[in-house]
Design a protein around this ligand. Structure first.
Ligand SMILES: NC(=O)C1=CN([C@@H]2O[C@H](COP(=O)(O)OP(=O)(O)OC[C@H]3O[C@@H](n4cnc5c(N)ncnc54)[C@H](O)[C@@H]3O)[C@@H](O)[C@H]2O)C=CC1
Ligand SMILES: O=C(O)/C=C/C=C(\O)C(=O)O
Length: 486
């Protein structure tokens, strides 16, 4: 049986307590391996290793030297592409066709983009007048923030973890990563790549375990971590923020969403259907940016519903290795329970089930997997929990609207504000509506189109702060002003 250990101070180590938990393949329910669960002692050792590494060569390296090493990390991921792909698909059950286009390439890109960015970014400088006429010069210098706690989720494990680790290391910090208990493999494999790339011991550390009363909480309660970056549920974000308040540590939180798609009658219907299908069902609906509420202008409502139904029914459900499959299982049976509870709630609230709503028939060797059907509803009221709460499954509710103002009001009606997608061929309307949507990210005639230099994050209860491009730099460094009297 595979043993999955922590990666601390450049070495793979087990837990002193001997405590382990199972890593389960959600496509068939089989055990992949036993994961060591970190106690306070492993978390403390990892934080101490990170602190020591910060004072060692990593903290003193030039940006160019660090960038070169991070390029080697990216190249190391690419060189071991198939191993990363296998590991990610084992842990999540997602189709290899998806992970090979998104998760693994982005894992590599997250190191290259930020290594290059750091080499090219300028700091501010201000000349000032002084009473004696000699003047003074102010200039900013950026220093690493220190030891960063990275708490990452299971839906895009390598992509989201490296989205934080890439810029954190490029800025000269050291990290302690707590990957999701559901998906420990790729963060662990990355330890081998870090070693081979010449990243000094202690710069990248991984501790495994759960959230509350386990590695996650031990990390957020540790007094010697300088800042935390987290992606996941809003409630967990609140807990992490409370823990980080002790010692006034900074947080960057990318939290839940209940994202709206707005489809105007003047849209290009083919594009709107293709984009909405992806935004509702890609990664089995487990993308924080995904569309779970679709508002469609009344004249095209019936056609849109019929075509989205046809698209959902054409999805091919299957395991990662099946080259024809584009729809995998949910991450776990526990998460399936949550998603199915909303499928039941929709029925209780009187929804019309356009398609899906249940568990698909799967062959015997996959029957233990966390499979659900892609599901579309209509007919729910705006206050149904199915329409207001993040489900994080392959499902959406479609509702008609009559005016632009109504669509904007509906989209903005919830406490979440992560992402939105607008479908229209009228460019004035696109700009007008996009400007009024209360969300950190608005796509027009597209979805999940990502330029890593842009600001990424949520408004309202969908998060605090922005990462991406120079915004990551803002979070992962301390800006110091030096004022020199001339
Ligand atoms: N990308 C996203 O926006 C994600 C959203 N979710 C949402 O969250 C729901 C619950 O799923 P979970 O896996 O429980 O998400 P979660 O947000 O609780 O877990 C994400 C990470 O936080 C850690 N964590 C949990 N509690 C913690 C604590 N008290 N202190 C420190 N770390 C902690 C977990 O171990 C994991 O590494 C899902 O149904 C979905 O709605 C889940 C995963 C990703
Ligand atoms: O492209 C990214 O950086 C992130 C995409 C998705 C998420 O953040 C998420 O699903 O949590």
């Amino acid at each position: 049986m595979k043993e999955i250990k922590h990666f601390i101070n450049g070495a793979f180590v087990g837990s002193a307590s001997g405590r382990t938990f199972e890593d389960i393949n959600p496509a068939n329910g089989q055990v992949i391996g036993q994961v060591h669960e970190a106690g306070r002692v492993e978390v403390d050792t990892a934080v101490k290793a990170a602190r020591a590494a910060l004072k060692g060569p990593w903290g003193k390296m030039s940006v160019a030297e660090r960038a070169e090493i991070l390029h080697r990390v990216a190249d190391g991921i690419t060189a071991r592409f198939d191993e990363f792909l296998e590991a990610e698909c084992l842990d999540t059950g997602k189709p290899k066709s998806l992970a090979s286009h998104i998760d693994i390439p982005r894992g590599a890109a997250n190191f290259k983009v930020f290594a290059d960015l750091l080499k090219n970014v300028a700091n501010e400088a201000f000349e000032m007048a002084t009473p004696d006429g000699a003047g003074a010069l102010n200039y900013g210098v950026r220093r690493p923030k220190g030891v960063i706690g990275v708490i990452s989720p299971w839906n895009l494990p390598l992509l989201l973890m490296t989205w934080k680790v890439g810029p954190a290391l490029a800025c000269g910090n050291c990290v302690v990563v707590k990957p999701s208990e559901e998906t420990p493999l790729t963060a662990t494999l990355l330890g081998e790549v870090m070693q081979a790339a010449g990243v000094p011991a202690g710069v990248y550390n991984v501790v495994h375990g759960f959230g509350g009363d386990s590695a996650g909480a031990f990390l957020t309660e540790h007094p010697d971590v300088d800042a935390y970056t987290f992606t996941g549920e809003t409630g967990t974000g609140e807990t992490i923020m409370r823990a980080a308040a002790k010692g006034v540590r900074q947080v960057s939180l990318e939290l839940g969403g209940k994202n709206a798609g707005i489809v105007f009658a003047d849209c290009d219907m083919d594009k709107a259907i293709e984009g909405t299908l992806r935004s509702a069902f890609a990664n089995c609906g487990q993308v924080c940016l995904g569309t779970e509420r679709v508002y469609v202008e009344r004249p095209i409502f019936d056609e849109f519903v019929a075509r989205l139904k046809a698209g959902a029914e054409a999805l091919v459900i299957g395991p990662p290795d099946d080259a024809s499959s584009n729809f995998g299982p949910l991450v776990s049976l526990k998460h399936r329970e949550k998603v199915l509870s909303y499928y039941q709630q929709a029925l209780d609230d009187g929804a019309t089930v356009v398609t899906g709503g249940s568990v698909p028939d799967m062959p015997a060797h996959l029957a233990g997997g966390a499979w659900v059907q892609p599901t579309i509803w209509t007919g729910l009221t705006d206050d149904s929990a199915v329409v207001t709460e993040e489900i994080f499954g392959p499902c959406c509710h479609i509702r008609p609207f009559d005016t632009e103002e109504e669509a904007i009001e509906l989209a903005n009606s919830l406490p979440y504000g992560l992402a939105s997608a607008i479908w229209t061929e009228n460019s004035s309307r696109a700009h007008r509506v996009a400007g009024q949507i209360e969300a950190g990210i608005v796509w027009v005639n597209s979805w999940f189109l990502r330029d890593l230099r842009t600001a990424f994050g949520g408004s309202k209860q969908s998060g605090i702060g922005r990462e991406g491009g120079v915004h990551s730099l803002e979070f992962y460094t301390e800006l110091k002003n030096i004022c020199v009297k001339l």
